[in-house]
Ligand binder design. Sequence first.
Ligand code: COA
Length: 191
Amino acid sequence: MAIMELPPATPPFSAFPRANFLPSCGFRPAMQHCVYPGTFDPITYGHLDVLERAAKLFARVTVAVADNPDKGPLFTTAQRLEMLRPNLAKFPNVTVTPFSGLLIDFCVEHKIDAIIRGLRALSDFEFEFNMALMNRHLKPEVETIFVMPNEQFSYTSSSLVKQVAKYCGDVSHFVPPNVATALKKAYGCTG
Ligand code: COA
């Protein structure tokens, strides 16, 4: 029986997606730039897990820190940005910026192709689904892409971390050291 051989992969396409981002090969995928939006009050290892996945998928990632006064954040936007920065240093293609107003307007202004959101558990789905559809209604060209963080972070949230920290509990499994220190300071915990 004759076996039909697939034609060899011809440049500029590569079997290895990261190679498609090489400036030398000339090929650019349709989607280059994504935004990872959130309140990040504060950033957790769960957020960083999502971010690491986004940084592998996209040439450029913008972490957009929402002002979100309605959520009554513990940390100011400036403090949340300051806490994020040292934790982003290992990602050369990631930058961080504050934003207010509609996320979709931010996407248009910054020429963003896709919104990255993390899905930790089924309970996230309904909220995320509605938000993705609303954003699609507002600007169909901007795609929402969901990624699953490692299951060890499926129950992590900024609120739960803050609850534990408020009573001076150990949050070092959930947040980077600089965030743990900031939480201790915010709640007046010593040691
Ligand atoms: N690891 C740990 N926690 C995670 C997580 C992960 N991978 N993914 C989500 N969370 C947690 C967060 O810690 C947060 O916990 P909290 O509610 O206890 O603080 C919760 O899940 C939701 O946070 P997040 O994913 O950051 O969303 P958000 O609700 O803080 O922010 C915005 C949502 C800012 C993206 C959205 O409100 C927005 O786009 N606002 C702009 C206005 C706008 O455009 N509105 C219309 C939208 S259709």
